[in-house]
Design a protein around this ligand. Structure first.
Ligand code: MG
Length: 337
């Protein structure tokens, strides 16, 4: 087995601003693992606030010895091995895990969604994210995406109400809200949540700081719409802690270290009665298709990566009726061109 990689800078259509950060591009590491004439494609998306970079990815990859991986892959053992190299770095671990799943599908002749037990007919619509921005830019972004059925809006500033009203002036599509830990007063937050419900908001991500367990749990207990933990839930061990604090969790491959652990998190969440949103970072078709393979097992999808970038190096998957379409191509179904 051979591993190769290329650093890549993924450019965003618009400057992206959330409660605490702003950026125009995202560093990626594109990873390929070759075996018996097949190539598995993987991707790490390393948004700056998560602590990974081109440099940390190269340092990590230089320590990985893929020649010891045996087919059929034992993903549990492989993830333990990657965790033994360094405890963090979930995005670059995800790149390796996605490449192995893609390779696995190509070697076995099966699409990844089938390997993971998904039913393509249950694919949820994917939301399309609008960051914090000037009124004209928000209207422009929404008008650029007539094909999406749900808008996700980033809140967490004192202009939140105006932002929602601006969106409501141009569309009545349902909304998801992401506060990105930006709310501080639980009573005020709850009043605002009731107002958001009247505006057609269907779920809210991470209202308060991830460390404020009591605050988030209080909002969850009183909220009329589902409250989803995102920043608070990174890997498998965090799922159990989300029980009683949130109605559901946001699983992202770049947090979970890939598809194998994402599937374990999903199954664990179901066991605990938690809802599941599958989300993404700024990503190409590669990581998006990897997540889409699991999306039919989730309640909601927020997989808008390829809709928000200008230099996706791969072919955009088919997006119809507000959903990604899964195909029968072995592996993740990427057209690498
Ligand atoms: Mg979020």
């Amino acid at each position: 087995m051979q591993l190769t990689y290329q650093p890549y800078e993924l450019l965003l259509k618009h400057t992206f601003t959330i409660a605490k950060f702003s950026r125009n591009s995202t560093p990626l590491m594109l990873v390929q693992i070759g075996h018996e004439g097949h190539i598995g494609y993987g991707e790490a998306s390393m948004v700056p606030y998560m602590g990974e970079s081109h440099q940390t990815a190269v340092e990590f990859l230089n320590k990985v010895d893929v020649s010891q991986f045996q087919y059929p892959f034992n993903y549990g053992e492989i993830i333990s091995y990657l965790d033994s190299i360094a405890p963090d770095n979930p995005a670059i671990k995800a790149a390796i895990d996605i490449a192995l799943h893609d390779l696995d599908g190509k070697l076995s002749g099966l699409p990844c969604w089938q390997m993971l037990g998904s039913n393509p007919a249950l694919m949820p619509v994917t939301s399309y994210t609008v960051g914090i921005d000037a009124k004209e830019v928000i209207i422009q972004k929404i008008n650029e995406a007539p094909e999406v059925k749900v808008i996700k809006v980033k809140l967490g500033r004192d202009t939140d109400k105006e932002l929602i009203q601006t969106i409501r002036s141009v569309t009545d599509r349902p909304l998801y809200v992401d506060a990105n830990q930006g709310w501080t007063d639980r009573k005020q937050s709850l009043d605002f949540i009731y107002w958001l419900q009247e505006q057609g908001v269907k779920l809210i991500e991470q209202p308060m700081l991830k460390t404020d367990i009591d605050g988030n749990a209080w909002i969850t207990e009183h909220s009329p719409i589902p409250i989803i933990g995102d920043e608070a839930v990174q890997r498998f061990a965090d799922v159990e802690k989300a029980g009683g604090v949130y109605h559901g969790i946001n699983i992202k491959l770049m947090k979970s270290a890939g598809m194998h652990e994402a599937k374990r998190m999903l199954d664990k969440a179901r066991e605990l009665g938690l809802k599941v949103l599958i989300g993404c970072m700024s990503e190409t078709s590669c990581a998006t298709l990897a997540a889409a393979a699991l999306a039919p097992q989730c309640d909601w999808a927020d997989l808008d990566g390829p809709l928000l970038v200008t230099n996706n190096p791969y072919k955009k998957p088919v997006f119809a009726n507000g959903k990604w379409e899964l195909n029968n191509v072995p592996g993740i179904g990427l057209d690498a061109g």
